[in-house]
Design a protein around this ligand. Structure first.
Ligand code: FES
Length: 320
């Protein structure tokens, strides 16, 4: 089953940038331009591996002004569910893949007076294209980027060489940290903040903005955490009467897709709300891992975001 409006691409180049990160260059099969995108966009990459199909979202890190190819970066996660290992070990130059059209759930505000970008590790990937967009404009910006030592400094070095003192690097292996309170405390009115990285970094950056009195509309975050593994369970679909088994390593959304069900999605990371499903019955508990549902939604026990959340139960009945 192809994803809706998928694009067939071929891997044109692979570069090992750090001990954990590879960069992949994607070109359209048959040649020609790829669809336009803006900084902060991602595509969903479909990886068909034997009995498993992975659909992972990856940010586009190449310049939005170059549509001859897209670039994505994949961090190898040996403990993960297999998508990053597929990209690192199975995909070679010449491999064909399907990708979705670009979607931007992390766009730059056009009304900002100043832009502050914050990233940690591979969280730099959406920021790279955002910086490219900003470097072509007139709005003031600065980037604060945390790396884990010289071996992981590829993007930091590249950014520093290109953009000079607009880029501030923090090497956490020698104890350097971003002072979020100071950063948020002394900015002109109308500044927007964007953060992509580990959950703790996102929480600290957003909280510092709130404490400094920034409006919520000026605080932006993105996190592409893979769905956590868990215990296997069965899902009963009330509309069709189908029963779908969700394995320990699968997300609920992946299990539905593997069963031939075209469930809706956009971000596959619990942020956009597109995949929300209603729960009719449950003989256990819902394990919410999204950033979409409200506390009230969670307490009601009637909603689940299948892209990242699962259940600890024997039987879950969905209104589908
Ligand atoms: S696809 Fe975006 S929240 Fe699930």
């Amino acid at each position: 089953m192809k994803t809706v409006e998928s694009i067939e691409v071929i891997i044109a180049a692979i570069e090992e940038l750090t001990p954990l990160i590879k960069r992949f260059t994607l070109r359209k099969v048959g040649g020609g331009s790829l669809p336009p995108f803006s900084g902060g966009s991602h595509v969903t990459v479909v990886m068909r591996g034997g009995e498993r199909t992975f659909r992972n979202p990856y940010s586009l890190l190449s310049s939005p002004r170059n549509l001859d190819s897209y670039e994505i970066a994949v961090r190898r996660d040996a403990q993960g569910r297999g998508g990053s290992l597929f990209m690192h070990h199975i995909v070679t130059v010449g491999t064909r893949l399907e990708i979705s059209h670009p979607i931007n759930l992390f766009p730059l505000s056009k009304l900002a007076r100043k832009q502050i970008l914050i990233a940690g590790g591979v969280g730099i990937t959406p920021i790279l294209a955002m910086v490219d967009d900003l470097s072509a404009g007139a709005i003031s910006w600065e980037l604060h980027y945390c790396i884990r030592g010289p071996d992981h400094a590829y993007f930091g070095t590249w950014l520093s060489e290109r953009y000079g003192d607009r880029v501030r690097l923090y090497d956490t292996s020698i104890g350097q940290r971003i002072d979020f309170a100071a950063l948020a405390g002394w900015q002109p009115l109308g500044t927007h903040l964007y953060v992509c990285g580990p959950q703790s970094m996102i929480v600290d950056a957003l909280e510092s903005g709130r404490v400094a009195g920034w409006p919520e509309s000026h605080l932006h975050a993105e996190q592409f955490a893979p769905p956590p593994v868990g215990e296997a369970f069965d899902v009963h679909l009330a509309g069709s009467g189908k029963i779908v088994q969700v394995s320990a390593e699968q997300s609920l959304l992946e299990a539905l897709e593997a069963a031939g069900i075209e469930a809706p999605y956009l971000c596959r990371s619990g942020a956009c709300g597109r995949c929300e499903l209603n729960v009719l019955e449950l003989d256990g508990e819902l394990l919410h891992n999204d950033h979409w549902l409200t506390e009230e939604d969670r307490l009601s026990g009637t909603k689940i975001m299948p892209c990242v959340s699962r259940a600890k139960c024997r039987r879950l009945v969905l209104d589908w």
